[in-house]
Design a protein around this ligand. Structure first.
Ligand SMILES: [Mg+2]
Length: 192
Protein backbone atom coordinates (compact mmCIF):
# COMPACT_ATOMS: atom_id res chain seq x y z
CA UNK A 1 0.00 0.00 0.00
CA UNK A 2 2.89 2.40 0.71
CA UNK A 3 3.09 5.09 -1.95
CA UNK A 4 -0.05 3.94 -3.69
CA UNK A 5 -2.12 6.84 -4.89
CA UNK A 6 -5.61 6.80 -3.42
CA UNK A 7 -8.77 7.20 -5.46
CA UNK A 8 -11.31 9.22 -3.50
CA UNK A 9 -14.63 10.51 -4.81
CA UNK A 10 -17.19 12.92 -3.46
CA UNK A 11 -20.64 11.97 -4.74
CA UNK A 12 -23.15 14.81 -4.58
CA UNK A 13 -26.83 14.30 -5.40
CA UNK A 14 -28.08 17.08 -7.65
CA UNK A 15 -31.02 19.14 -6.31
CA UNK A 16 -31.60 16.23 -3.95
CA UNK A 17 -34.96 16.93 -2.31
CA UNK A 18 -36.43 18.20 -5.59
CA UNK A 19 -35.04 15.20 -7.47
CA UNK A 20 -36.65 12.78 -5.00
CA UNK A 21 -40.01 14.51 -5.37
CA UNK A 22 -39.72 14.29 -9.16
CA UNK A 23 -38.77 10.63 -8.96
CA UNK A 24 -41.82 9.94 -6.79
CA UNK A 25 -44.12 11.98 -9.02
CA UNK A 26 -43.54 11.25 -12.71
CA UNK A 27 -46.36 13.66 -13.54
CA UNK A 28 -44.03 16.52 -12.55
CA UNK A 29 -41.51 15.66 -15.26
CA UNK A 30 -40.66 18.67 -17.41
CA UNK A 31 -42.18 21.09 -14.88
CA UNK A 32 -40.39 23.52 -12.53
CA UNK A 33 -40.54 22.27 -8.94
CA UNK A 34 -39.31 23.40 -5.55
CA UNK A 35 -39.42 21.85 -2.11
CA UNK A 36 -40.42 24.53 0.36
CA UNK A 37 -41.91 24.86 3.81
CA UNK A 38 -45.49 26.02 4.28
CA UNK A 39 -46.67 26.21 0.65
CA UNK A 40 -50.23 27.01 1.83
CA UNK A 41 -49.15 30.39 3.19
CA UNK A 42 -46.57 31.10 0.47
CA UNK A 43 -44.29 32.24 3.27
CA UNK A 44 -41.86 29.32 3.41
CA UNK A 45 -38.27 29.18 2.25
CA UNK A 46 -37.17 27.30 -0.86
CA UNK A 47 -35.14 24.33 0.40
CA UNK A 48 -34.38 22.85 -3.03
CA UNK A 49 -35.15 23.79 -6.61
CA UNK A 50 -34.96 21.54 -9.65
CA UNK A 51 -32.79 22.70 -12.59
CA UNK A 52 -35.88 23.80 -14.55
CA UNK A 53 -36.94 26.07 -11.66
CA UNK A 54 -33.38 27.40 -11.37
CA UNK A 55 -33.42 28.17 -15.08
CA UNK A 56 -36.47 30.34 -14.39
CA UNK A 57 -34.53 32.34 -11.80
CA UNK A 58 -35.63 30.49 -8.65
CA UNK A 59 -32.86 30.16 -6.07
CA UNK A 60 -32.42 28.02 -2.98
CA UNK A 61 -33.14 29.82 0.32
CA UNK A 62 -35.33 32.54 -1.19
CA UNK A 63 -38.88 33.12 0.03
CA UNK A 64 -41.52 31.03 -1.67
CA UNK A 65 -43.56 34.13 -2.54
CA UNK A 66 -40.61 35.56 -4.45
CA UNK A 67 -40.06 32.26 -6.28
CA UNK A 68 -43.74 32.14 -7.29
CA UNK A 69 -43.46 35.72 -8.51
CA UNK A 70 -40.74 34.66 -10.94
CA UNK A 71 -42.33 31.35 -11.84
CA UNK A 72 -46.12 31.32 -11.32
CA UNK A 73 -46.53 27.74 -12.56
CA UNK A 74 -44.03 26.47 -10.02
CA UNK A 75 -44.96 23.16 -8.39
CA UNK A 76 -44.40 23.38 -4.65
CA UNK A 77 -43.76 20.18 -2.72
CA UNK A 78 -43.85 20.00 1.06
CA UNK A 79 -40.62 18.61 2.53
CA UNK A 80 -40.72 14.95 3.52
CA UNK A 81 -37.50 14.42 5.39
CA UNK A 82 -38.08 10.77 6.21
CA UNK A 83 -38.43 10.07 2.47
CA UNK A 84 -35.17 11.91 1.73
CA UNK A 85 -33.36 9.99 4.48
CA UNK A 86 -34.58 6.69 3.02
CA UNK A 87 -33.39 7.70 -0.46
CA UNK A 88 -30.04 8.73 1.00
CA UNK A 89 -29.67 5.32 2.67
CA UNK A 90 -30.64 3.57 -0.57
CA UNK A 91 -27.98 5.58 -2.43
CA UNK A 92 -25.43 4.64 0.26
CA UNK A 93 -26.19 0.98 -0.44
CA UNK A 94 -25.62 1.55 -4.16
CA UNK A 95 -22.25 3.19 -3.41
CA UNK A 96 -21.41 0.22 -1.18
CA UNK A 97 -21.69 -2.05 -4.21
CA UNK A 98 -18.60 -0.21 -5.55
CA UNK A 99 -16.58 -0.02 -2.32
CA UNK A 100 -17.04 -0.82 1.36
CA UNK A 101 -15.36 2.50 2.22
CA UNK A 102 -18.33 4.90 2.07
CA UNK A 103 -18.55 7.86 4.43
CA UNK A 104 -21.73 9.96 4.47
CA UNK A 105 -20.87 13.65 4.67
CA UNK A 106 -24.40 15.05 4.57
CA UNK A 107 -27.81 13.80 3.47
CA UNK A 108 -26.85 14.28 -0.20
CA UNK A 109 -23.04 14.06 -0.19
CA UNK A 110 -20.92 10.99 0.50
CA UNK A 111 -17.24 10.16 0.16
CA UNK A 112 -16.18 6.93 -1.53
CA UNK A 113 -12.68 5.45 -1.42
CA UNK A 114 -12.21 3.31 -4.54
CA UNK A 115 -8.45 2.87 -4.19
CA UNK A 116 -8.76 -0.91 -4.10
CA UNK A 117 -11.84 -1.36 -6.28
CA UNK A 118 -11.83 1.17 -9.16
CA UNK A 119 -9.83 -1.19 -11.37
CA UNK A 120 -12.63 -3.76 -11.08
CA UNK A 121 -14.84 -1.34 -12.99
CA UNK A 122 -12.24 -0.31 -15.57
CA UNK A 123 -10.79 2.71 -13.72
CA UNK A 124 -12.01 5.78 -11.79
CA UNK A 125 -13.88 7.52 -14.63
CA UNK A 126 -15.57 4.31 -15.70
CA UNK A 127 -16.55 3.56 -12.10
CA UNK A 128 -17.91 7.10 -11.79
CA UNK A 129 -20.08 6.65 -14.85
CA UNK A 130 -21.37 3.32 -13.54
CA UNK A 131 -22.18 4.87 -10.17
CA UNK A 132 -24.09 7.70 -11.85
CA UNK A 133 -25.99 5.29 -14.07
CA UNK A 134 -26.93 2.92 -11.28
CA UNK A 135 -28.12 5.67 -8.92
CA UNK A 136 -30.14 7.28 -11.72
CA UNK A 137 -31.75 3.99 -12.72
CA UNK A 138 -32.63 2.98 -9.17
CA UNK A 139 -33.65 6.34 -7.71
CA UNK A 140 -34.12 8.91 -10.49
CA UNK A 141 -31.44 11.11 -8.88
CA UNK A 142 -28.49 12.54 -10.80
CA UNK A 143 -25.14 12.35 -9.01
CA UNK A 144 -22.10 14.59 -9.52
CA UNK A 145 -18.72 13.09 -8.76
CA UNK A 146 -15.48 14.80 -7.85
CA UNK A 147 -12.50 12.48 -8.23
CA UNK A 148 -9.07 12.93 -6.67
CA UNK A 149 -6.62 11.50 -4.15
CA UNK A 150 -8.09 12.81 -0.90
CA UNK A 151 -11.39 14.10 0.44
CA UNK A 152 -10.49 17.78 0.20
CA UNK A 153 -9.48 17.60 -3.45
CA UNK A 154 -12.44 15.38 -4.29
CA UNK A 155 -14.76 17.98 -2.75
CA UNK A 156 -12.99 20.73 -4.73
CA UNK A 157 -13.26 18.72 -7.92
CA UNK A 158 -16.97 18.23 -7.32
CA UNK A 159 -17.76 21.85 -6.42
CA UNK A 160 -15.51 23.53 -8.98
CA UNK A 161 -15.54 21.20 -11.96
CA UNK A 162 -18.21 18.50 -11.88
CA UNK A 163 -21.01 21.03 -11.33
CA UNK A 164 -20.08 22.87 -14.51
CA UNK A 165 -19.76 19.84 -16.74
CA UNK A 166 -22.53 18.07 -18.65
CA UNK A 167 -21.28 14.65 -17.60
CA UNK A 168 -21.21 15.73 -13.92
CA UNK A 169 -17.77 14.22 -13.27
CA UNK A 170 -14.66 16.27 -12.54
CA UNK A 171 -11.18 15.29 -11.54
CA UNK A 172 -8.47 17.11 -9.58
CA UNK A 173 -4.89 15.88 -9.82
CA UNK A 174 -2.88 15.77 -6.57
CA UNK A 175 -0.89 18.94 -7.35
CA UNK A 176 -4.24 20.78 -7.57
CA UNK A 177 -3.07 23.40 -10.02
CA UNK A 178 -5.86 24.62 -12.28
CA UNK A 179 -4.21 22.99 -15.29
CA UNK A 180 -4.23 19.65 -13.55
CA UNK A 181 -8.00 19.60 -13.26
CA UNK A 182 -9.90 18.05 -16.06
CA UNK A 183 -13.11 16.27 -16.83
CA UNK A 184 -14.02 13.23 -18.84
CA UNK A 185 -15.78 14.28 -21.99
CA UNK A 186 -18.76 12.00 -22.54
CA UNK A 187 -22.04 13.92 -22.31
CA UNK A 188 -25.06 13.01 -20.22
CA UNK A 189 -28.66 14.14 -20.52
CA UNK A 190 -29.85 17.13 -18.55
CA UNK A 191 -31.87 16.44 -15.43
CA UNK A 192 -35.05 17.80 -13.97
MG1 LIG B 1 -26.36 18.26 -3.58
Amino acid sequence: MAGKQRIVMLADCQSFYASVEKAKHPEYEGKPLVVAGDPERRSGIVLAACPLAKARGVTTAERLGEALGKCPDLIVATPRMQEYIEYSLLITRIYESFTDLVEPYSIDEQFLDLTETARLFGGPEEAARMIQKRVLEQTGVYVRLGISTNKLLAKMACDNYAKKRPDRAGRCRPDASSRSCRTPSSPAPCSC
